[in-house]
Design a protein around this ligand. Structure first.
Ligand SMILES: N[C@@H](CCC(=O)N[C@@H](CSS)C(=O)NCC(=O)O)C(=O)O
Ligand SMILES: [Fe+2]
Length: 280
């Protein structure tokens, strides 16, 4: 039985309430994970998922309901004011602006957020991009009472990481794993064999009920689970050889903003915001 949801909180419209990581029923061989991902502070967590329509990027706000410290994962430059305003509305103090990788399709908002709020920027060491803090496999990112673990998941880019949130049974996969897809491997040191290994050894080995939140979706989907992707991902359920073949023949157009995005993202976005701009 799924308990009715009484909270008006955002997340309850997506997931039904249940106390622990219990799976409720089976459909098409997949356990329907109806997990309550802390919207009301039951587990002391504030969560928001934001979307940028131009680049189809998801940005995630995670906040500690007790200490009010928060982080933003994969903010987009053009949406920084929106995202930052929400942190202020909710009485949160931004501690870190975090990247899953050096994005090619949009300019990261991390540098701008740093200028606006004084937060620290984070990216992986392997990305070789500039930031205040460089993370590696097994590092922790702590905010308030919460801790994310860094999993190195290269293949889309060398520096791709997944941020795993064990206490919530959630992982933020960046472009390593997309819903029913994965990040392309045809530029930025992309390598399909490495990506296949990353996903199979680091993401598909997480508990099956782990909810996965990617950096992008192009079909309007918002979230998946390890179990779903292990069963239904049209690329990563194949053998390594078939996967390589698929990835080498995607023939995708280059991201429209790539020429602007890569140089900016090498320095973690735009840092020098005019004072006037900061006030608006
Ligand atoms: N049309 C978009 C770019 C779409 C794209 O290439 N997305 C990347 C993630 S951003 S680096 C990707 O890996 N896609 C995989 C796929 O299968 O679509 C734009 O012009 O920005
Ligand atoms: Fe990417």
């Amino acid at each position: 039985m799924v308990k009715p949801v009484e909270s008006q909180d955002y997340f309850t419209t997506i997931y039904k309430i249940i106390k622990e990581q219990v799976t409720m029923s089976k459909f098409n061989g997949v356990k329907i994970v109806s997990r309550y991902f802390s919207p009301s502070g039951e587990k002391n967590l504030i969560f928001r998922q934001f979307f940028d329509h131009i680049s189809s990027t998801y940005t995630y706000l995670l906040g500690c309901a007790k200490t009010r410290e928060c982080i933003l994962i994969d903010p987009v430059l053009e949406q920084v004011k929106r995202d930052f305003q929400v942190t202020q509305d909710l009485g949160l103090k931004l501690k870190y602006a975090v990247n899953t990788h050096m994005h090619a399709d949009h300019v990261t908002g991390t540098g701008y957020l740093r200028a606006l709020s004084g937060c620290k920027t984070i990216i992986s060491k392997t990305s070789r991009a500039q930031a205040d803090i460089h993370v590696e496999e097994n590092d922790s990112i702590c905010f308030g009472d919460h801790e994310l673990k860094v999993l190195s998941t290269p293949g889309h880019t060398n520096g791709c990481v997944t941020y795993y949130f064990p206490s919530q049974g959630v992982a933020f996969t960046g472009d390593a794993l997309l819903i029913r897809g994965c990040g392309r491997t045809d530029f930025q040191e992309g390598d399909p064999k490495i990506l296949y290994k990353s996903v199979h050894s680091k993401i598909f080995t997480l508990p099956e009920s782990t909810l996965l939140f990617p950096a992008h979706d192009y079909k309007g989907m918002m979230c998946t689970s390890v179990e779903e992707e292990k069963k239904f991902n049209p690329r990563l359920t194949k053998s390594e050889q078939e996967f390589v073949e698929i990835m080498n023949n995607l023939n995708l157009a280059y991201p429209q903003q790539i020429d602007r995005a890569l140089p900016a993202n090498r320095v973690c976005g735009i840092y020098d915001i005019p004072n006037e701009e900061k006030k608006n």
